[in-house]
Design a protein around this ligand. Sequence first.
Ligand SMILES: Cc1cc2nc3c(=O)[nH]c(=O)nc-3n(C[C@H](O)[C@H](O)[C@H](O)COP(=O)(O)O)c2cc1C
Length: 218
Amino acid sequence: MTLFRLDASIRTEGSVTRELADSAQAAWQEARPGQSVIRRDLAADPLPADAWSTSALSGFVPAEQHTEEQLAAKALASTLAEELLAADAYLFAVPLYNWGVSQHFKTWFDLLVTDPRFAPGGDTLLEGKPAALYVARGGGYGPGTPKEGWDHATPWMVRILQDVLKLDLKVSVAELTLAPVTPGMEGLLGLAQDSLDTAQQSAREHGKSLADQVAAAV
Ligand SMILES: Cc1cc2nc3c(=O)[nH]c(=O)nc-3n(C[C@H](O)[C@H](O)[C@H](O)COP(=O)(O)O)c2cc1C
């Protein structure tokens, strides 16, 4: 049983998404001690921004004419694909940045789908495998709030993880994470804590349920 974990927070200290994924991973390891975890930390080890375009455009050139750069970009795409194919369950920890998807995560997905095994419309090699997505966002986006509808990251990530990669996805969002450090948000501290507590509880439950789902599928 192998767990794949992807992190995209640009913070290594104080990151809410990393804490949520830590909780889920700890619960997974408690349920299934000794099992391996594949890590892909997109902030600690960013993917080159031009790897996607280089790999994508190599598809229009005969294989025997591929340049060193194209071969390297394709090899990196292949590595990303192999990491997913080697796993049985998945954790994705990705914050909201600038009302959109993290560029690290977008680059990861764009590059991944240049690998022929993950080409859109092809086989769905991960279909039904259990996964969890952890999102943190500094503000509040609930119904009736001024920024309702401004989180353009979470719906897109759900779309690609659930509907493109066909993962059996659970989602947990901690919001108002900037309340403890932002003047003017003091009145939202209670809501922020509630949101964090709920997300933490979900993460612990996800870790165990992902392990149980994998065990049941064996
Ligand atoms: C560069 C940057 C841009 C951000 N943009 C947004 C944003 O558009 N909306 C929002 O609600 N929070 C925004 N935030 C706040 C983060 O979503 C929030 O701090 C979240 O907790 C980050 O995830 P992490 O705790 O895992 O690092 C931004 C933070 C940074 C550093």
